[in-house]
Design a protein around this ligand. Structure first.
Ligand SMILES: Nc1ncnc2c1ncn2[C@@H]1O[C@H](COP(=O)(O)OP(=O)(O)O)[C@@H](O)[C@H]1O
Ligand SMILES: [Mg+2]
Length: 228
C-alpha cells in the first residue's frame, strides 16, 4: 500500500492561478523522493496540500489510506504530528534557545517530562548539535539553524518528513550536511519528500525525481537527475 497517494489532484488558487493540474503519484513507505521544477511549478502547493494547509479543488490526497481532505478539523493537529516539515526559512523563534525551539514542537509544559529529557537531546544529537543546545538562533549559522528545524521536525518521530527548499537559504557545504542528515533519517525508515530546485543535490543523490512544470508532472524516474 502506498503511503502517500495523489489521485488526479488539481489546485487553483483564488484569482485564477492554476497551481496543480491533474497530478497523480504514489510514494511508498521509506522512499526518498525529490519534487523538482522551476519556480512557480507547483512544488510548494504539493507540500501545502500534503500538510493540509490548502485543500485541492478536485482529486484526492491519501496518506496511509486516509483522505486528507476528510480529516475532521479537530484531528488535523494529530495528523500534522505524523508529518515533519522543514521550510526554507527555518521558522525558529529568536527569543528561544535551541532546546526550547525543539521543545515547542512537543508542546510540553512540564519540565520533567520524559520527552524533554530524552527526545530533545536525541534529535539534536541526530543533527549534530548537542553542543549548541543552549545557544540562541542568532548564534548559529544558516546551516545550523536548518539542522535545528530538522530536529524540531523529527521530535514527534514522524512517518514522513517533508522539506520545502530546505537548502534554499544556506551555502553548498551546509546543504550537503543537511542532505546527509536527511539521508540518515531516511535510512532509519522515514519517508522523505523534498521539494527543491537545487540541481547539484538532486544529481548527486540519484533518488526518485518527480519533475513538475506549470502544475503538471512531466517525468517521474528512479535514480534520476534534475534534468531528464
Ligand atoms: N496563495 C496563493 N494564491 C494565489 N496563487 C498562488 C498562491 N500560492 C501559490 N500560487 C501560485 O501557484 C503557482 C504554484 O506555486 P508554488 O506551488 O508556490 O510553486 P513552487 O513552489 O514550485 O515555486 C504559482 O503560479 C503561484 O504564483
Ligand atoms: Mg516553492
Amino acid at each position: 500500500m502506498p503511503q502517500i497517494e495523489f489521485i488526479n489532484v488539481s489546485k487553483e488558487y483564488e484569482h485564477g492561478s492554476v497551481a496543480l493540474d491533474n497530478v497523480s503519484f504514489q510514494i511508498d513507505p521509506g522512499e526518498f523522493v525529490f519534487v523538482v521544477g522551476p519556480s512557480g511549478a507547483g512544488k510548494s502547493t504539493i507540500v501545502k496540500l500534503l500538510i493540509r494547509e490548502e485543500f485541492p479543488n478536485s482529486g484526492q490526497i491519501l496518506v496511509n489510506d486516509e483522505d486528507v481532505s476528510m480529516i475532521p478539523q479537530e484531528h488535523v493537529h494529530d495528523y500534522r504530528r505524523k508529518i515533519g516539515v522543514v521550510f526554507q526559512d527555518f521558522k525558529l523563534l529568536e527569543s528561544r534557545n535551541i532546546f526550547e525551539n525543539v521543545a515547542i514542537a512537543l508542546e510540553v509544559t512540564d519540565a520533567n517530562d520524559h520527552e524533554i529529557k530524552n527526545v530533545i537531546p536525541n534529535v539534536l544529537n541526530m543533527v549534530g548539535l548537542s553542543s549548541k543546545m543552549f545557544m540562541y538562533p542568532r548564534q548559529l549559522s544558516g546551516g545550523e539553524k536548518q539542522r535545528v528545524s530538522i530536529a524540531r521536525a523529527l521530535a514527534h518521530e514522524p512517518d514522513i518528513l517533508v522539506a520545502d527548499e530546505a537548502t534554499g537559504m544556506i551555502d553548498p557545504d551546509s546543504s550537503d550536511t543537511v542532505v546527509e542528515i536527511l539521508e540518515k533519517v531516511n535510512s532509519l525508515g522515514t519517508t522523505i519528500l523534498m521539494a527543491t530546485h537545487d540541481q547539484k543535490i538532486v544529481d548527486k543523490l540519484k533518488k526518485r525525481v518527480i519533475r513538475i512544470e506549470t502544475g503538471k508532472i512531466v517525468s517521474d524516474k528512479k535514480g534520476g537527475k534534475y534534468r531528464g
